[in-house]
Design a protein around this ligand. Structure first.
Ligand SMILES: NC(=O)c1ccc[n+]([C@@H]2O[C@H](COP(=O)([O-])OP(=O)(O)OC[C@H]3O[C@@H](n4cnc5c(N)ncnc54)[C@H](OP(=O)(O)O)[C@@H]3O)[C@@H](O)[C@H]2O)c1
Length: 229
């Protein structure tokens, strides 16, 4: 079997496993919740629940890390000054394909503007004042609990979302157990110290390697994992 076919088969089985888990939860919950309802209400409830299950969102963590595991030397350092040209091109193409990017305010400040061609959601503890800028239609600020943000994006019709850092936001979504896939670009550089990919404890996650490939000709490697919580 070719590596592409193996990759596809693996993706399909992971999606199917997720579907089975959701279907099991659905059966349990709906049996409990519909016990006392008239039958017409039961039918509508089941249809609604099936729709929710089928619109399962892919929450994709995307990061460039050094060979010693850092994402930056300091919180005001923009990533594009040390990542490879190939990674920057891959990131732009992948996030445009996904359509919506989520980042923390520190990361947003290093970029200085919303990423074009994508909807940008920026985490801050003070979202209200900043949401009033009518100039930037593709930018919004939030302090929603990550689970509620994902539900909100599903309702808006998104099927994928890119979690683009920094460490606080990667950790927030990992701790909420929402990440389903991870793309890491390992750049051939050491920082020795700085900001790590995560900044707090995480309960162990099982990673399944889906692919690894050379990215460009500057020595970067792109690895792709599925995550099981
Ligand atoms: N190599 C890479 O792939 C990569 C990717 C992304 C970022 N980075 C780097 O990472 C560094 C920044 O990382 P960081 O961890 O310092 O900052 P960050 O995650 O970008 O932003 C942290 C800020 O996000 C807001 N925030 C975090 N959790 C929140 C919550 N639960 N609710 C509401 N707001 C919340 C807070 O903003 P307020 O202070 O406004 O409340 C907080 O100060 C930068 O150097 C950046 O370049 C690297």
């Amino acid at each position: 079997m070719s590596s592409k076919a193996r990759h596809l088969a693996s993706e399909t089985s992971v999606r199917f496993a997720r579907f089975l888990v959701s279907a099991f939860r659905f059966t349990q919950t709906s049996l409990e919740m519909t016990a006392n309802l008239p039958s017409v209400c039961k039918f509508n409830y089941h249809v609604l629940t099936i729709n929710v299950i089928l619109s399962h969102m892919e929450v994709i963590l995307i990061a460039a890390i050094t060979a010693d595991g850092f994402i930056a030397q300091s919180q005001d350092q923009v990533s594009t000054i040390w990542t490879s040209k190939a990674d920057r091109a891959w990131f732009a193409q992948k996030t445009r394909e996904i359509g919506v990017v989520v980042m923390g305010k520190n990361t947003y400040k290093t970029i200085g503007r919303p990423l074009p061609g994508r909807h940008n959601i920026v985490y801050t503890s003070n979202p209200d004042i900043k949401n009033r800028d009518p100039q930037m239609e593709n930018l919004e600020f939030t302090n929603l609990d990550p689970t509620n943000l994902i539900k909100d994006l599903e309702l808006r019709g998104y099927t994928q979302v890119a979690i683009c850092g920094g460490a606080s936001i990667y950790t927030l979504f990992m701790q909420a157990k929402l990440i389903t896939k991870m793309f890491l670009t390992i750049e051939p550089v050491f920082f020795g110290q700085g900001i790590k990919l995560f900044n707090n404890n995480l309960t162990s996650n099982k990673l399944q390697l889906l692919s690894s490939q050379k990215l460009g000709d500057e020595g970067a490697i792109l690895v792709q994992y599925n995550l099981f919580q």
